[in-house]
Design a protein around this ligand. Structure first.
Ligand SMILES: [Zn+2]
Ligand SMILES: [Zn+2]
Length: 157
């Protein structure tokens, strides 16, 4: 795991959101902000149990994630009808491998069919574009086979 956020920067992020730093909140934030993956609560809980001597309950992890979500530190995304957590809160698309389940981030500015600026301003779409609906957030998912799985597939032949 590459450490993008050290202890001090995590404490700072939580304090900026007026979240009181507790040992468990720190552990969840450290694990989540430093991983590029999009873990489900189960996966995150298992990881925390593996990496820490002190027990952390599933309910604690759940409550902390809800707290972080309300503070807009993490985003819930739905993959295969299961909620996963994303610590990258800037708008982006996802690539989901149908073989291994890996979820990768895809930057919107790399998708040249999209008018990124317009998408970022989705709250200013015209009524006609919105069909009288109101958008709060959006998700763009691509499904396929990831590079790693493709490579393995090819080497088996
Ligand atoms: Zn894969
Ligand atoms: Zn993501």
């Amino acid at each position: 795991m590459e450490i993008k956020y050290d202890k001090n920067s995590i404490i700072k992020i939580l304090k900026n959101k007026k979240i009181k730093v507790t040992p468990n909140r720190f552990k969840v934030a450290f694990e989540l902000f430093n991983c590029d993956e999009h873990p489900s609560i189960d996966e995150l809980h298992q990881k925390l149990v593996r990496n820490n001597e002190n027990r952390i309950s599933f309910t604690s992890v759940y409550n902390i994630l809800k707290l972080f979500e309300n503070a807009e530190l993490v985003k819930e995304i739905l993959i295969d009808n299961k909620i996963h957590y994303d610590s990258n809160i800037t708008p982006h698309a996802h690539f989901i491998c149908e073989n291994c389940g890996e979820v990768q981030d895809i930057e919107l500015n790399k998708l040249n069919f999209l008018d990124e600026r317009k998408l970022f301003n989705f709250k200013t779409f015209t009524e006609e574009e919105l069909k009288n609906n109101k958008i709060n957030s959006f998700e763009i998912n691509f499904y396929g086979i990831c590079g790693k799985c493709l490579k393995e597939e090819n080497s088996e032949e």
